[in-house]
Design a protein around this ligand. Structure first.
Ligand SMILES: [Fe+2]
Length: 181
């Protein structure tokens, strides 16, 4: 379950410049293979915002405001910048949270993605087999429920977006853990 909110994150020229400058300083994360597997192409880069930094706090509070404005519960945590270099492979389908059994619907955790570049894409899979591409642009926000089967898309040109978790009390997220389907 996911929703795209057009132009929900106002990206000032200064903030955009800052994000773009940090985007290349991240470390590779998995795309087509498990964790550290050597077959990962190292073209999907993640930069972790430093939590003490005032710009991080600014971004976090903007994201928290968006979450609350659209009626979601939870706390925005662990914001990162994701950068794909050209010909970055798509990720394996996975969930960011463990299967969410016996959780009241209002208690679901979520993921939030903000387009920093235009022509961003995000893959969702209703059945764990098929792939549907969700398209969004700079300033658009995608919010998806924590049990959504999804994957980062492949890219043929450079692309930058931000991601954060929206954690709720009812469900612990295991840091840096993904659940393959
Ligand atoms: Fe994910």
């Amino acid at each position: 379950m996911y929703k795209v909110y057009k132009n929900a994150f106002s990206l000032s020229p200064d903030l955009e410049k800052y994000i773009i400058s940090k985007a290349g300083q991240g470390d590779p994360i998995f795309n087509n293979r498990d964790g550290e597997d050597k077959d990962n192409d190292n073209k999907r880069i993640q930069y972790d915002f430093k939590s003490s930094n005032s710009i991080t706090k600014h971004i976090n509070s903007k994201l928290q405001g968006i979450i609350e404005n659209f009626g979601y519960k939870g706390t925005v945590n662990d914001p990162v910048i994701l950068k794909s270099y050209p010909y970055c492979k798509r990720q394996r389908l996975h969930r960011d949270y463990d299967l969410l059994r016996n959780i009241n619907k209002s208690e679901y955790p979520h993921g939030i993605i903000v387009g920093v570049s235009n022509n961003c894409r995000f893959i969702v899979s209703p059945d764990g087999l098929s792939r549907k591409y969700v398209h969004f642009d700079k300033g658009d926000v995608v919010i998806f429920r924590g049990d959504t089967i999804h994957a980062g898309s492949e890219y043929y040109t450079e692309n930058i977006r931000m991601h954060a978790y929206v954690d709720t009390k009812s469900h612990d997220r295991i840091k840096n853990e993904t659940f393959y389907v």
